[in-house]
Design a protein around this ligand. Structure first.
Ligand code: FE2
Ligand code: FE2
Length: 317
């Protein structure tokens, strides 16, 4: 179980108070606008967390407390509106099956993996592992929400992919568990949510977008588009990260997590695109734009995180 993160502004203060009040006191109307991106991001992260493992000192009933659901919706609407505003739209004339990987490869964003491979200090890599743990310690969970929302062929393929992420039946092989063991071996805390307080808004927004795509059926195509872009940008960077960790003498457990992803994600990207996204769009052609939207959001949010971390380290992207 997870401890509540520290609030980052007046809205997250109110949300934290409301979470603690359920079910003893009635939750009053929370009509405050977030003061900052941080305030919004941490408030939404807390509200989403209610649908995963919850918090030590929050009653499980908070998940469906109407006022908290209303605040969650409002924050999700804001996040989605910001993403849609930045989104240039689906690439002109592109065919999803034929052109997706070229489109991903043509995206030229700052690369944390390249920096880790060749130049990063041990301190910088520890920083990176801490903030990445917000996702990796519940790796694959946000996408699991989508399973019952897909037509049969895409559903079967997503379950196959998730079966890998969840360790092929072996609890010790769960990707989240591999990451936890790597964290521990690296002298870091392996509990989910341990490093939320030091994660910048960009990291929380990455996680929030994934949860929003997973939890809103309306956005199921964005969820699988995000998955395809995520898997398609994982294999080569994972090799770079593994090499960087070796260079810096990180323990085998942490290196092993990234090595596992070099081959696994080279397969997953094919399954995610062809068997999940293309198959979904064949059944429901009107969803194609949202597949591109989710894929673009994955790349955009990662660019913002990379820029934020590289800036903090004084590295020019
Ligand atoms: Fe994985
Ligand atoms: Fe994967």
């Amino acid at each position: 179980m997870t401890a509540l993160p520290k609030p980052r502004g007046p809205l997250s203060v109110l949300v934290t108070g409301a979470l603690r009040a359920v079910p003893v006191e009635p939750v009053g109307r929370i009509d405050l606008d977030p003061e900052s991106a941080d305030d919004a991001a941490v408030a939404l992260w807390m509200l989403h967390e209610l649908s995963y493992g919850g918090f030590d000192d929050v009653d499980d009933r908070a998940e469906w407390e109407p006022e908290l659901v209303r605040v969650r919706r409002r924050l999700e609407d804001d996040l989605e509106a910001q993403l849609r505003e930045r989104w240039p739209g689906p690439p002109q004339g592109a065919d999803l099956a034929a052109d997706f990987f070229d489109w991903v490869a043509g995206h030229d964003g700052p690369s944390l993996a390249r920096h880790v491979q060749t130049h990063a200090s041990k301190e910088q890599v520890l920083d990176l592992l801490r903030v990445r743990s917000v996702y990796h310690l519940k790796e694959a969970d946000p996408t699991t929400w989508v399973i019952p929302r897909l037509p049969v062929a895409a559903k079967a393929a997503l379950v196959e992919l998730q079966y890998d992420e969840y360790g092929v039946g072996d609890p010790a092989r769960l990707h989240a568990e591999l990451f936890a063991r790597g964290m521990e071996a690296s002298g870091l805390r392996p509990e989910h949510g341990a490093y939320v307080d030091e994660s910048p808004a960009e990291i929380l927004e990455q996680n929030n977008a994934l949860s929003m795509f997973g939890l809103q059926r309306r956005l199921r195509a964005a969820a699988v588009g995000h998955l395809a872009a995520f898997e398609a940008t994982s294999s080569v960077p994972s090799r770079r990260l593994a090499q960087g960790l070796e260079r810096l003498g990180f323990p085998e457990e942490m290196i092993g997590y990234y090595r596992e992803h070099v081959e696994a994600d080279a397969v997953h990207e094919q399954v995610a695109l062809r068997d999940i996204c293309v198959s979904l769009v064949n059944e429901e052609p009107s969803l194609e734009a949202d597949v591109w939207f989710g894929a673009w959001a994955c790349l955009d949010l990662e660019d913002r995180t990379a820029r934020r971390l590289l800036d903090a380290w004084g590295v020019s992207a």
